[in-house]
Design a protein around this ligand. Structure first.
Ligand code: AMP
Length: 280
């Protein structure tokens, strides 16, 4: 049977990376607890509400894949109010579109992602530049998964300097490699509500089904063992030098990522509070 042509859609198109709000919802992505439309779908889809910020913080989260940055970003969002801005989430949202709805640049980006490789800087930086409104939103932000290379860090600095926005800190989460591999290989995500489980540490009540919505659990393509290895190598090669970059800027905060997610979050909040007092 011939492929059905793509139906025309009222696409809000700025450059290459904008998505259509309707598509994201139809594909079962529960809207996140905070409105991230402008981030997930692009600048032509502004957020309906700006988060109420308890303590203004503009953070970059660093650490190897699997260290728990996404979980921490969500918890920090709940405590601080700032928006959780993940570049991986933008790619995953684009991945839920049909092929003919993906721009050529996004298709290319998704190919890198599926192989567990980093998407080239030029593509990622352009995608973030398109969303620069989110960086000076009064809701503040927690960047998760960006920057990942020195080139991206330099590009972000240039963007923030140009917007007159100062980072509060770059938080680096530390964890042993063996523990990272165990965490990633066992991770499962609900395809409907995106709740994250772990086959042994946080197992669902019924195997492969979500406790919340009974959705089917899946393993992210880039969490398969062959992709994990590539991702950790990419991290060592490209992301570890960022630690020096942010240390030199006086922005680095180290956090040990052992223990429960709540404990790690509490550790982060108190380290940020100590830093705020010292720099006051
Ligand atoms: P994450 O959810 O942050 O682990 O990202 C999932 C995948 O998206 C990564 O393995 C990369 O393929 C791609 N990706 C996300 N953010 C970036 C980035 N800043 N630079 C390059 N690739 C990225």
């Amino acid at each position: 049977m011939a492929d059905k042509p793509c139906p025309p859609r009222s696409r809000i198109g700025v450059a290459n990376f904008t998505l259509d709000r309707a598509v994201v919802v139809i594909d079962g992505m529960t809207p996140s607890p905070h409105d991230r439309s402008a981030w997930l779908q692009g600048p032509a889809s502004p957020c309906d509400s700006v988060p109420r910020v308890n303590q203004p913080r503009r953070l970059v989260l660093l650490g190897a894949p699997g260290v728990g940055k996404g979980t921490q970003a969500d918890l920090l969002h709940r405590v601080l109010g700032a928006c959780h801005l993940s570049t991986g989430d933008v790619f995953r949202a684009a991945g839920s579109l049909s092929e003919c709805e993906q721009s050529p640049a996004m298709k290319q980006a998704l190919g890198y992602m599926r192989r567990g490789e980093l998407v080239p800087d030029a593509i990622v930086c352009e995608m973030v530049r398109e969303r620069s409104e989110c960086l000076h939103c009064r809701g503040c932000f927690i960047l998760d998964g960006f920057p990942r290379t020195l080139g991206q860090a330099e590009s972000l600095k240039e963007l923030l300097d140009g917007e007159g926005v100062m980072l509060t800190a770059a938080v680096n989460y530390d964890l042993a490699t063996s523990e990272i591999v165990a965490r990633l290989a066992g991770r499962r995500t609900c395809e409907k509500c995106r709740t994250v489980y772990h086959v042994t540490e946080r197992a669902p009540k019924v195997a492969d089904r979500c406790d919340r919505c009974d959705g089917k659990l899946f393993q992210r393509e880039d969490d398969r063992p062959e992709s994990i290895r590539v991702r950790l190598e990419a991290y060592d090669r490209s992301t570890a030098p960022l630690i020096k970059f942010y240390r030199d800027l006086g922005l680095l905060v180290h956090i040990t990522a052992t223990g429960s997610a709540d404990e790690i979050c509490a550790r982060t909040i108190s380290a940020l509070a100590v830093r705020a007092i010292r720099s006051a």
